[in-house]
Design a protein around this ligand. Structure first.
Ligand SMILES: [Zn+2]
Ligand SMILES: [Zn+2]
Length: 139
């Protein structure tokens, strides 16, 4: 992910580019695992003395609104974020170290058609996230 692209999107949506926002954006864009706001804060603070936690939350909120990052669901809640994928993809997360990969090509049509038939719902969208142990963690 390219931090500059995110920064210019923030800017074109009326956000001034402060050092704090830049530090937050660079922390998230430069990390391939899911980060909680506190982890973002810890990563970004060395690059920006005056950074406050409120700015971290607000910047993450804005990035989520712009669909540049997405919320990651975890056993203890849905507070972590990760750079958004391209198009329709799903996340596979390591429950031990938090590293994440994306996968596409899910074949859920049959399952969804069955559920649709049973419930009478027209299914419009789905959300899927898998958890496991990455290669490093399962050794
Ligand atoms: Zn792992
Ligand atoms: Zn899917």
């Amino acid at each position: 992910m390219n931090a500059d692209t995110w920064l210019s999107q923030l800017q074109s949506n009326g956000y001034r580019l402060t050092d704090s926002r830049r530090a937050v954006v660079e922390a998230v864009a430069g990390t391939s695992r899911a980060l909680t706001p506190l982890e973002v804060f810890d990563l970004a603070r060395p690059h920006c003395d005056g950074l406050g936690l409120v700015t971290v939350y607000r910047t993450l909120e804005k990035l989520e609104e712009l669909r540049l990052i997405e919320r990651v669901h975890q056993a203890h809640g849905c507070q972590a974020f990760i750079a958004a994928g391209n198009g329709h993809e799903h996340l596979l997360l390591c429950i031990r170290c938090g590293s994440a990969v994306r996968f596409g090509g899910d074949d859920l049509d049959l399952l969804i058609a069955g559920i649709s038939e049973k419930t009478g719902y027209k299914v419009k969208e789905h959300w899927l996230q898998l958890f496991g142990l990455c290669q490093n963690c399962s050794e």
